[in-house]
Structure formats: structure tokens, C-alpha cells
Design a binder for this molecule. Sequence first.
Ligand SMILES: C[C@](O)(CO)[C@H](O)COP(=O)(O)OP(=O)(O)OC[C@H]1O[C@@H](n2ccc(N)nc2=O)[C@H](O)[C@@H]1O
Ligand SMILES: Nc1ncnc2c1ncn2[C@@H]1O[C@H](COP(=O)(O)OP(=O)(O)OP(=O)(O)O)[C@@H](O)[C@H]1O
Length: 295
Amino acid sequence: MTRLEHCPAPAKLNLFLHVTGRRPDGYHLLQTAFVLVDRCDTLDFTLRDDGQVRRVTDIPGVPEDSDLVVRAARLLQEEVQRRTGTLPPGVDIALHKILPMGGGLGGGSSDAATTLMALNRLWGAGLSKQALMDLGLPLGADIPFFIFGETAFAEGVGEALQAVAVPDCWYVVIEPGVQVPTAHIFTSEYLTRNTAAVIISDFSRHYAVQSSELRQFGKNDLQQVATRLFPPVAEAVEWLGAYGDARMTGSGACVFCAFHSEEQADAVLDAFKRQAPATWKGWKAKALRKHPLAL
Ligand SMILES: C[C@](O)(CO)[C@H](O)COP(=O)(O)OP(=O)(O)OC[C@H]1O[C@@H](n2ccc(N)nc2=O)[C@H](O)[C@@H]1O
Ligand SMILES: Nc1ncnc2c1ncn2[C@@H]1O[C@H](COP(=O)(O)OP(=O)(O)OP(=O)(O)O)[C@@H](O)[C@H]1O
């Protein structure tokens, strides 16, 4: 095998996100629930015989050497060399992006997670799921979740993961035409960092009881900061909030709302096409129970 094509890198939504504290290194302690959805970036991997890792598509705003896919591939290459004494072949990576950057959909982390899972296969590296999760964490807090590969309740900085069940549903997601830099939100004076810790059974019980209503658990503590700094995020929460319990994902900017059926999601998107500002984008996606490349 010398190629792996059309490898999906799905988006995630944070169903809730509580900031419960801060570590001495400045990173924040979170509790969150991640769900995968079937809207994806796509990556192609082709082996090359000179040992180099290259990105062969242009991604405006992201130089090749700082792209998380290139950094992830090089990290895995070094790890395989350390374990086996042999450097794996190089690779050309074509990255086709549809997920917005600074959208809270975890696009960059998902691209990197797909790279680690695909190259683990293409190079026959045989690293375990946990080893890939550990390798990915320093590159991005969401990478372990994408490798974990199913709906998860997460703690720590997002790396302590437990599988959970939530109702199957469709989501409408709005991209409100702004990019929110994650660091901007976490360093804000407006951020509260003391939400009381919950336990996973509180979360599970909520969805068992609320399954007919699709009201989300808890809140997103980052939303109050992002809506203050980026007014289009507040406008998107308000617009989508007319149809259900709309909320921001991650550190923003995207806003989502859950629906039972695809028809309900389509009806909201019809209204969106008529009413929303031209700078916004809206789409629907279905919750994914498993990552398509799950190990
Ligand atoms: C907010 C989430 O999207 C929730 O899923 C993620 O935790 C963010 O993950 P990410 O975009 O991969 O963020 P990283 O690249 O790891 O961190 C970006 C910056 O955000 C801040 N940061 C991030 C995660 C965290 N738990 N505490 C933080 O304080 C740090 O200043 C860090 O330098
Ligand atoms: N392959 C990549 N795709 C997207 N962004 C990348 C990539 N590699 C590096 N980056 C950098 O990472 C930043 C964050 O991108 P990403 O798409 O992960 O944001 P996000 O969806 O807000 O993530 P999160 O939900 O984790 O906050 C980008 O602004 C970009 O500078």
C-alpha cells in the first residue's frame, strides 16, 4: 500500500463546556462533552521515498511547516524511528479544507488526528490508540478526542475521556463569518474559571430525561466571552435560538442547535437562506457515533 485517499477528518461540537480551574502552566481545566458530526475535511496520503513530509496543497494563512498535519506526521515519523531504529518513508499530504479555522469545530486537531491514524496504517507503525492520543496531545487539546473516536465526556484539558451516549440527532451549524482565536478567549478578563465540577452521571441523566426536548446540558463558559468580543457570535446565537437551544461550540465562532429530524434541520436552513446576513454560512450535519477511521 503506497496511498490512502479520501480520509475524512470530521468536525466536533462541544455540547457543553465548563471551565473549572486553571493549571499552574496557564492551561484551563475543563469539563466538556464532545460529539463528532459528519461534516469533514478530507486528506490524501502518498508515500515518497526521500523521507520528507510535505503538504502539497496550499492552505491560506497556514504555512506548511506550522500546519498541524505536517507537525503530526513528523512527530509520528520520529516516534517510529525511536521505537524501531528505522525512519519510515516520507509522505505527500493533500489537505482539502471545508471546516473554518477558529470556528470551534476542531478542524486543525481533527486533520492532525486523521494524519496520525492514517499514517499509523500506511507506515505499518502499529502504535496503540492510547500511544497515538498521547503523541497528539501536545499539538492540540482536542486531538486525543478525535483518536478516541466516539461521543465523550472529557476532563483535564480535554484528554481524560469517557464514552457517553447522547440522543441521535441532526445539527444546524452557523459560521458567523468571524474567526475566534482560542487563546484570546482563555486569556480574557471576562472569563469565569470557577464553575462547579459535575459528574458524568449528571450529564447522562440529563440526556436520558431530556431526549424528547434536546435541551443541552450545562452551559458553555466561553460563550459569554466570545459574544462580548465578537458581536456576530451573539447575533448567531440569537438567530438560531428562535428554533431551539442554540449554543456556541468550543471557543467559537460557530453556533449550533440540535434537531430530531433532517426535515426540521432543513426547515431552519430554508429560513436561514432567506434571512441570514450574506457573511454567514449555515449547514446541517448528523451526529456520528464513531469516527470513520476509528482504531
Ligand atoms: C476549547 C476547545 O476547543 C474545547 O474543545 C479546546 O480545548 C481548544 O483546543 P485547541 O484549539 O486545540 O487549543 P490549543 O491549541 O491546545 O490551545 C490554544 C491556546 O488556548 C489556551 N487554552 C487551551 C486549552 C485549555 N484547556 N486551556 C487554555 O488555556 C492556551 O492559551 C493555548 O495556548
Ligand atoms: N491543518 C490545519 N487546519 C486548520 N488550522 C490549522 C491547521 N494547522 C494549523 N492550524 C492553525 O490552528 C488554528 C486553529 O484552527 P482550528 O481549525 O483547529 O480552530 P478551531 O476550530 O477554533 O479549534 P478549537 O475547536 O480546537 O478551538 C488556525 O487558526 C491555524 O492557525
